[in-house]
Design a protein around this ligand. Structure first.
Ligand SMILES: [Zn+2]
Length: 410
């Protein structure tokens, strides 16, 4: 998620702060690219496995100044037992963070507490009082090491956030298997990948579907879309269109200028592209045609909003403009989860990843930084967090609406 998979043209928050000479730090979090080189440290079980196998593992990475990643990376010796085992990472993360705080070794810390997500996947979001209380204890360790709550809040600003929510899942959507009844779907470690007609990338409560150019001609877009729409659990199906016809990516990259996005749900269709006809709650402008009920959109006084699908237009547009996006994106009905490539799901527990509000709305709390009031924006987004951090360190101008961003993307 840091070298090959993370857009090299975008600077991470660590890179921006590193460039300004600030001391950055991160406890185990998947996206950590920064300006400091870290050699593999290999502790614990991982070291024993490598020692036994005789492997020479020398994979260095780029990260923040202080980086702790379980068995793999540790920028300094800390009295914390490295672990990647679910249910034990919060404690490790808190131990590393407390060591750094006790010695005043960071200006900016991304303090990650991942165990709640895993707990919720397994037991369901209704049971997360336990895992949230574990996270709370981990946070308390950091605060104690920084001099107690008063001292901590005197010396540091705090942003509390989660990167998504979860909803309970009761039923599987075997998207790849069902499409496999009509087309040949690329399998893991396929012997003859060139013989596949479709690639399916299930990402929990959403999926990307790619039409592959078998013998130069991919399967028919409309037929694949109809097959997906007929499945129990398919909610919003979206794709890009050019001159009214579905657009299929021939190589990684953005859609061509003039493309519009088609979002379909329950037999109705909405088309949209950046423009000036209506504004959404984040201030971005759009032109719409078709049936707004496809995304439960309400239109009033030039403004558009959706209770069911927060920031629906902006998020779908962004997802389908990603250079490696599928030719079709499916967002799944509440209660369902796509079966993953390993053939498993979190049925009986919780999951995330859809456009629906249940997966999408999450806490975002600023203390000692950020807006004076939540009313400063109609619709907050995780995209607002990095600018607040930069502003706090005097590295960015005040926050404005995203209208210019949407225009630039158009
Ligand atoms: Zn998760």
């Amino acid at each position: 998620m840091n070298l090959a998979h993370l857009n090299p043209e975008l600077e991470t928050i660590f890179e921006k702060l590193d460039d300004a000479g600030l001391r950055t730090a991160c406890t185990p979090f998947l996206i950590y690219r920064g300006r400091h080189r870290h050699e593999v440290s290999l502790e614990g079980l991982m070291r024993r496995a490598v020692d036994v196998s005789g492997l020479k593992l020398r994979h260095a990475t780029w990260g923040p100044k202080e980086l702790f990643y379980g068995d793999l990376y540790a920028s300094r010796r800390v009295p914390c037992r490295p672990t990647s085992r679910p249910g034990t990472v919060d404690e490790y993360s808190a131990c590393c963070a407390a060591e750094l705080a006790g010695q005043r070794l960071f200006d900016f810390l991304l303090f990650s507490l991942p165990d709640n997500d895993r707990y919720s996947h397994r037991h369901g979001p209704d049971k997360t009082v336990d895992s949230i209380s574990t996270a709370d204890q981990a946070f308390a360790k950091l605060v104690e090491a920084a001099g107690g709550l008063d001292g901590f809040l005197t010396d540091y600003a705090l942003i509390l956030m989660s990167d998504h929510a979860q909803t309970p899942v009761h039923r599987e959507l075997p998207l790849a298997a069902q499409l496999g009844q009509h087309w040949s779907v690329l399998q893991p470690s396929e012997d003859r990948p060139e013989g596949a007609q479709l690639a399916v990338s299930p990402t929990a409560r959403a999926a990307n579907v790619y039409l592959l150019p078998l013998d130069g001609s991919p399967p028919e877009h409309g037929a694949v879309r109809e097959a997906i729409e007929a499945m129990d659990g398919a909610d919003v199906v979206a794709y890009m269109a050019v001159d009214g016809a579905p657009w299929v990516r021939e190589a990684p990259g953005p859609p061509p200028p003039g493309a519009e996005l088609v979002a379909r749900r329950a037999g109705v269709e909405l088309r949209f592209r950046p423009g000036d006809a209506v504004r959404d709650r984040r201030g971005s402008g759009w032109e719409l045609s078709g049936d707004a009920s496809a995304l439960d959109l309400e239109l009033a006084e030039g403004q558009v909003r959706s209770e069911s699908y927060p920031d629906a237009l902006g998020r779908l547009w962004s997802a389908l403009c990603a250079p490696n996006a599928g030719d079709l994106i499916v967002s799944v009905t509440p209660g369902y989860e796509c079966v993953d490539w390993g053939g498993t799901s979190h049925v009986g527990g919780g999951s995330h990843g859809s456009l629906h509000r249940g997966d999408s709305l999450c806490p975002l709390l600023f203390c000692g930084c950020g807006p004076r009031s939540a009313a400063e924006r109609e619709q907050w987004s995780l995209r607002d967090v990095a600018p607040v951090v930069l502003e706090h360190f005097g590295l960015a101008q005040a926050r404005g609406p995203e209208v210019e961003g949407a225009r630039a993307r158009a």
